[in-house]
Design a protein around this ligand. Structure first.
Ligand SMILES: CCCCCCCCCCCC(=O)SCCNC(=O)CCNC(=O)[C@H](O)C(C)(C)COP(=O)(O)OP(=O)(O)OC[C@H]1O[C@@H](n2cnc3c(N)ncnc32)[C@H](O)[C@@H]1OP(=O)(O)O
Length: 201
C-alpha cells in the first residue's frame, strides 16, 4: 500500500489532476459524437499514454490517510473531505461532516446511467456506502460495512443536483447502525440503512 503522504506533494497534486482529467476523458469517450477516424486516433493516443503511465505501476492506488475525514470533521463542516481523489473509478464526492451526520452534493452524469436518464442502482449503493462508511471513519471508527439495506423509492435523475445525507442512528458494542438517503429537489429517491462493525486493523 502506498499512502498519499508517502509521495511528494507535487506528485500527489499532479496525480489528483490526472485522475480528474481521466474522469473527464471517460465521459468524453463514452458520449463522443466525433467521426470514426477521430475516435480511432484518440484510441491510439490513449493507448500510448497508458503505456507511458503504466511503466512500473503500483499494485494499489494511492491511499489517503485514515484520519483525513476526521480532520475534516474537526473543521465543523467548513473544509469538506474529497473522496476518490486518486481513483477515477470512484464517484467523486466532497463530504461535509457534522458531529454525527454528513452531507454532499453531486450531479450524476451519463457514466452513471442505469434506467434511462436515471442513476444505476449499484452506483446509488456505492454513493450511500461511501456516505455512511466515511462518516464512521470521520468519527475515528475503523469499521466495515456488515450489511447495507436499500430502498429505491423512485428514480434518481442524471444531470440534476442530488443531495446526499448520512447520520448515525445508534452504537452498541462493536456495532453501529447508520442511515442515509439521496434527495432530488427535496424528494427522497433512495434510502439506506447500514450496519458497521468495528475491526482491529
Ligand atoms: C481495516 C479498517 C480500516 C477502515 C477504513 C475504512 C475503509 C472504508 C470502508 C468503506 C465501507 C466498505 O466498503 S467496507 C467493505 C465491505 N465490507 C466488508 O468487506 C466486510 C466483510 N465482513 C467482515 O469482514 C466481517 O463479517 C465483519 C468485520 C463485518 C464482522 O466479522 P467479525 O469481526 O468476526 O464480527 P462478528 O463476531 O461476526 O460480529 C460482531 C458483532 O456484530 C454483529 N453483526 C455482524 N454482522 C451484522 C449484520 N449484518 N447485522 C447486524 N449485526 C451484525 C454480530 O452479531 C456481533 O454482535 P455481538 O455478538 O457483538 O452483539
Amino acid at each position: 500500500m502506498t499512502r498519499t503522504m508517502d509521495v511528494p506533494a507535487d506528485l500527489r497534486e499532479a496525480s489528483a489532476e490526472l485522475v480528474a482529467a481521466t474522469r473527464a476523458l471517460m465521459l468524453a469517450a463514452a458520449t463522443t459524437t466525433a467521426d470514426a477516424d477521430t475516435v480511432r486516433a484518440a484510441r491510439a493516443t490513449i493507448a500510448e499514454l497508458a503505456e507511458t503511465l503504466g511503466v512500473r505501476p503500483r499494485s494499489r492506488v494511492l491511499r489517503p490517510p485514515f484520519d483525513g475525514p476526521s480532520r475534516s470533521r474537526d473543521t465543523g463542516g467548513r473544509e469538506p473531505w474529497a473522496l476518490f481523489t486518486h481513483n477515477p473509478m470512484g464517484i467523486p464526492l466532497e463530504i461535509h461532516f457534522g458531529a454525527d451526520e454528513a452531507r454532499a452534493r453531486l450531479v450524476a452524469n451519463a457514466l452513471h446511467e442505469g434506467p434511462p436518464d436515471s442513476v444505476h442502482g449499484g452506483f446509488s449503493a456505492h454513493l450511500l456506502d461511501c456516505m455512511l462508511g466515511t462518516l464512521m471513519q470521520a468519527r475515528g471508527s475503523r469499521s466495515l460495512t456488515a450489511s447495507l439495506d436499500l430502498r429505491y423509492l423512485r428514480r434518481t435523475p442524471l444531470d440534476e443536483p442530488l443531495d446526499l445525507y448520512s447520520r448515525i442512528v445508534e452504537t452498541e458494542g462493536r456495532k453501529t447502525v447508520a442511515e442515509g438517503w439521496i434527495e432530488c429537489r427535496g424528494e427522497r429517491t433512495v434510502e439506506a440503512r447500514g450496519v458497521f462493525v468495528r475491526v482491529e486493523e
